[in-house]
Write a protein that binds this ligand. Structure first.
Ligand SMILES: [Ca+2]
Ligand SMILES: [Ca+2]
Length: 191
């Protein structure tokens, strides 16, 4: 009997903790031109009541005759009432450096597009750059690499929502093979 009650208490506590950490979102933003290698990492959410007002990217510089990967990761800057509440990222690749964060002049991120190099026989890089529209109308574009082409815009967070979470698709290390690192990204919107 004692053991059973103990087990019930542990299960209830676990469920409560999960409830507290799960933030609700109502829409997923995707683009059509993402690349298809690798697998999707976890969806990671900004802390409760904060929204993504900016981002930084992990970018590998030009490798010359070597194996280029261009953008390896994207990291959201989460802001609540004008104060930064940390950053979130999903999975990211092994190469390059994180750029300084860029932010909306005002408001938060609401839609995006990707610059992606399509797969070819040669050295592929998949995602090369990203551009966002902010809720007050300005645009921010990352400082990525130039080898891809821009696709169309994702949907916009409707009903005044803003981006609050990120999920990335990253190809693992290929060793002597052709690495591409970041292949695609999705964002989710919260009210
Ligand atoms: Ca490559
Ligand atoms: Ca390689």
């Amino acid at each position: 009997m004692f053991l059973n009650i103990h087990v019930v208490v542990v299960v209830v506590l676990a469920l409560c903790t999960q409830q507290l950490s799960a933030r609700e979102y109502y829409q997923t933003l995707r683009v059509e031109n993402g690349a298809r290698l690798g697998s999707w990492g976890p969806l990671e959410m900004c802390p409760l009541d904060s929204y993504a007002e900016g981002f930084s990217m992990r970018v590998e510089s030009r490798q010359g005759d070597g194996d280029d990967t261009a953008v390896n990761g994207i990291r959201l800057t989460c802001v609540k009432d004008g104060r930064q509440y940390g950053t979130v990222d999903s999975t990211y690749g092994y190469w390059g450096h994180w750029t300084p964060a860029m932010s909306c002049r005002s408001g938060a991120l609401t839609r995006f597009k990707l610059n992606v190099e399509t797969a070819s026989e040669g050295d592929d890089t998949a995602v090369n750059n990203i551009k966002f529209v902010c809720s007050e109308g300005d645009f921010i574009e990352g400082s990525g690499m130039p080898w891809g082409s821009w696709g169309s815009w994702s949907q916009i967070c409707h009903s005044g929502g803003r981006i609050c979470g990120i999920q990335t698709r990253v190809q693992g290390r290929q060793g002597r093979g052709d690495d591409t690192a970041l292949n695609d990204v999705r964002f989710v919107c919260c009210r």
